[in-house]
Design a binder for this molecule. Structure first.
Ligand code: DPP
Ligand code: ZN
Length: 869
């Protein structure tokens, strides 16, 4: 297959002004009539070429005259009409089969309802159209269906007409006044319950809010509704953005490839990211719902009103919108805790991607299937790039640039260059060097070297950066890297300093390292400092520092930058685990670490949510990314052994903490209450590393007494770590209690997939034949197969290679009907070069087997073949 390249971009040959769609909904044979008002874009004599995949043609007409069969050509991918006027109306009719559509792209059925997913290229599975984001048109949509089976008929914009028809049918007409690309089209039809609310915007307009869910589930949408209203308010206050339509709708569906989708005025959500009550959702689910509701809502301005010129610009809307939702969550739940969680997610998902064969630019320059680029790099690293821009420009200038962007580009499809230009224009700064963040893949390594001169009271700080080669990019340039820093003396007191060339002493500075190596001089430094660098994780890099462990202990105890306080604990734990994994355990260091953690836990000033994060050690996969070559079994053993030491050393303290945080009274979803639950569950999880009866009993008691899903899962997960009969009993009880709740049963599958026991793969294999396992449902499939491959490194990387073979089997099976979901599971095999050679060879063999399979989708082919390069 031929790749699509950014450098080949051409403006569309034809533009569409108006789209009229008419749907006659039938599960197996839906008729779609379309009337497009088209005009030639510029002077050329090109034919009209429209995308259309697996459409059954019924008729084609121009300006009311049916075309003869030889006047057009239809291939499996498009419709071409050789000669058309400069301006005309094209009418087509096709038939599609939503019930048979298991790729969940285009129009399909989920739980007996019609729903759609068009991003990135699903609209072409509905009707013939120039399916590209730079064709913006006004849509009118008429939907007709059986009234009893499909009582609600929804599409984008405003409902302008509806009524009953003969034969038990009914119809609705929706008009969307805002021109939009076709990937934002949506249609939902079926039986749904409604949760209604409203919001008054900053200019005093009343907007009706509706959330549609499975019958009987409306109460579970209350939290999402509340999140939506807070998002609307926040976007007004923070970015001056007001909602534009009179109606905003969200629909929850169970079968969905993505998390959620920002269709204009009609967001469609994976039900796992919308429905919550204390009994069935964990605090993590609540957090995610709040963040994703905000994310999709924020897209209305960053994505919909201003959209992407082409799919290479995906980060223009995604990186920016993730940055916006992260800022929102930080304001809602506490900036530091949110920042730590975001960085953990970046390290868990983006760093491995950037260190392997699938590494790509934040703005890629070629692809086979754009579906493969909905990645952590484009989303999360894309958000980091925006955050750095804000750090470099300052909050006020950043806001000015955003204002200009909204003003200049509203109603258009644009590029990342145009976005950055707005910030260059308002600040007068040359941002061309900054642009390299979009074009250079790989995680830079930042080396920090400090030399203190006690006599001169001066600190010389040498910062250097280097980025390892990534596929297609052997030579890397230095990037402008904002480094926020401060100094502490060895008693933990803040030290002031004067940066060379400045007079006023400061306690914090942001320097921008824009060369491979730079030495900075700080004067007036009263005593030997511990240097706190990259505060707040001011750039998405990996820090390598020669500072002695004692400096990290100072930071762990006293760094006023709480991110770095947490980071110091992570660094200490990382070094201890890697030393042990390499066969050189530092027992004294481990004891010292345990002591320091004990003190940190006693700190009355620290929030429980923060302490919970302190207690969780770097994950096995984070550790694998930084060890070369990675030995997952050794990493696991070493990590567990440090956990066990903490559990034993801090046992009484952890049990007291666990007991003392027990909740009384009514459940609250607030960040504070969630923080207490997080700390209590983190204490239990740590105790699980010491599976003595006293701790097993505690976990059993915790599980049995759980009054909410967070605690139930906390108990179940602790029992999972300890294994044996108590875990089996809890699993059975949990299943019996929740078997009617698909979202909860997803968790039941996932917790088993993470089991560290020897027979974990056998258990997972067994679960693939469980009556509740359904590979056609992406949530269930990911809960079992995805969790095993990405969340259970020690078992997935079993030396037999059975884990790899299992994953390849699953990818191939699902690829037959849902390529998008299958392709997302290739990544765990992609890192083969980073693992012990025996493992790497086995991983590679499975990738080769995948690539050699006949009839493979482009999606899986692209990732598996790139992974082999
Ligand atoms: N555009 C969606 C999102 O919000 C993904 N389909 O990330
Ligand atoms: Zn998005």
């Amino acid at each position: 297959p031929q790749p699509i390249r950014l450098s080949d971009y051409r403006p569309p040959a034809f533009l569409v002004d108006e789209v009229h769609l008419d749907f006659q909904l039938e599960p197996n044979a839906t008729r779609v009539r379309s009337r497009l008002t088209l005009r030639r874009n510029g002077e050329h004599a090109e034919p009209l070429r429209l995308d259309g995949v697996r459409l059954k043609p019924v008729s084609v007409a121009i300006d009311g005259r049916p075309l003869a069969e030889d006047a057009y050509a239809i291939t499996p991918e498009d419709l071409t009409i050789a000669s058309v006027p400069d301006a005309f109306v094209l009418e087509t009719e096709v038939e599609i089969d939503p019930e048979g559509n298991k790729a969940l792209e285009g129009l399909y059925m989920s739980g007996g309802r019609f729903c759609s997913q068009c991003e990135a290229e699903g609209f072409r599975k509905i009707t013939w159209f120039p399916d590209r984001p730079d064709v913006l048109a006004r849509y009118t949509v008429r939907i007709e269906a059986d009234q009893a089976a499909f009582p609600r008929l929804l599409s984008n914009g405003n409902l302008t007409q509806s009524g009953a028809l003969a034969g038990g049918r009914h119809f609705a007409i929706w008009t969307d006044p805002f021109p939009k690309p076709c990937y934002l089209f949506a249609l939902v039809a079926g039986e749904l319950d409604e949760l209604a609310d409203s919001f008054v915007t900053m200019s005093g307009r009343q907007v009706e809010l509706r959330i549609y869910v499975d019958p009987g589930m409306a109460q579970r949408a209350l939290y999402a509704m509340d999140s939506l209203k807070r998002s609307m308010k926040w976007d007004e206050e923070t970015f001056g953005r007001e909602y534009d339509l009179d109606l905003f709708m969200i629909v929850a569906v169970r079968d969905f490839n993505f998390g959620a989708m920002e269709n204009k005025g009609l967001n469609v959500f994976n039900s796992s990211l919308l429905l919550a009550d204390p009994e069935t959702a964990t605090d993590f689910d609540y957090e995610r719902i709040e963040g994703v509701v905000a994310h999709e809502y924020f897209h209305n301005w960053t994505g919909n009103r201003i959209t992407c010129r082409d799919w290479f610009q995906l980060c223009l809307k995604e990186g920016l919108t993730v940055f916006r939702d992260q800022s929102f969550s930080g304001d809602m739940r506490g900036a530091v805790v949110q920042r730590i969680k975001d960085v953990k997610a970046l390290r868990a998902r983006q760093f491995p991607e950037d260190a392997g064969p699938l590494a790509h630019q934040v703005r890629p320059s070629s692809y086979l299937k754009i579906d493969n680029f909905y990645t952590a790099t484009i989303y999360e690293k894309g958000a980091e790039v925006i955050r750095m821009l804000k750090t470099i420009l300052g909050a006020e200038m950043f806001r000015k640039g955003m204002d200009l962007y909204f003003e200049r580009w509203d109603g258009h499809a644009t590029t990342v260059e145009a976005f950055i230009q707005c910030f260059a224009d308002v600040s007068g700064k040359d941002l061309s060097a900054f642009f390299a963040w979009y074009e250079q893949a790989g995680t830079p390594k930042l080396e920090v070297d400090a030399a203190y001169d006690a006599e001169a009271k001066a600190l010389e700080l040498t910062l250097s950066q280097a980025t390892a080669p990534t596929p297609g990019q052997p030579d890397k340039q230095p990037l402008p890297l904002p480094v926020a820093l401060g100094l502490l003396d060895l008693d933990g007191e803040v030290l002031s300093f004067r940066q060379e060339g400045t007079l006023a002493p400061a306690t914090e500075a942001v320097v921008v390292l824009d060369q491979a190596r730079q030495t900075l001089r700080f004067e007036g430094v009263a005593s030997e400092p511990a240097v706190s660098v990259l505060r707040g994780f001011s750039a998405p890099v990996r820090v390598v520092s020669a500072a002695p462990a004692k400096h990290r202990y100072v930071q762990l105890a006293a760094d006023p930058d709480l991110f770095n306080r947490w980071e110091a604990g992570q660094d200490l734990a990382r070094d201890l685990i890697l030393a042990r994994a390499a066969g050189e355990p530092d027992e004294v260091g481990e004891e010292r670490f345990a002591e320091a953690m004990g003190r940190a836990l006693n700190d009355q000033a620290a929030e429980p949510a923060f302490k919970a994060l302190l207690l969780s050690l770097p994950s096995e996969s984070d550790l694998a990314v930084i060890s070369a070559p990675a030995d997952p079994a050794a990493i696991r053993e070493a990590r567990e052994s440090l956990r066990a030491r903490l559990a034993i050393h801090l046992g009484d303290q952890l049990r007291r903490l666990h007991g003392g945080l027990q909740e009384a009274g009514e459940f609250s979803a607030s960040a504070e209450a969630a923080g207490r639950r997080a700390l209590r569950n983190a204490a239990l999880e740590l105790l699980a590393a010491d599976p003595r009866a006293i701790n097993v009993d505690r976990a059993v008691g915790h599980f049995q007494a759980a009054g909410n899903m967070t605690d139930a899962m906390g108990g179940l997960a602790a029992l999972m770590l300890m294994g044996g009969e108590p875990f089996e009993q809890a699993l059975t009880a949990f299943y019996e209690r929740w078997k009617a709740e698909p979202l909860v049963i997803d968790k039941w599958f996932a917790v088993q997939a993470r089991s560290p026991s020897e027979d974990a793969l056998g258990r997972v294999l067994g679960l693939t034949t469980h009556p509740d396992f359904d590979a056609k449902n992406p949530n269930r499939f990911r809960a079992l197969v995805g969790t095993f491959a990405a969340g259970n490194p020690a078992r997935f990387h079993d030396p037999s290679g059975d884990g790899y073979r299992f994953l390849a089997d699953q990818i191939l099976a699902v690829d037959g009907f849902n390529p998008m979901t299958a392709a997302r599971l290739v990544e765990p095999l992609g890192g083969w070069r980073r693992y012990r050679p025996e493992l790497g060879a086995l991983m590679r063999a499975q990738l080769e087997r995948i690539v050699a399979t006949e009839g493979l989708s482009k999606n899986v082919f692209e990732l598996a073949s790139r992974a082999l390069e």
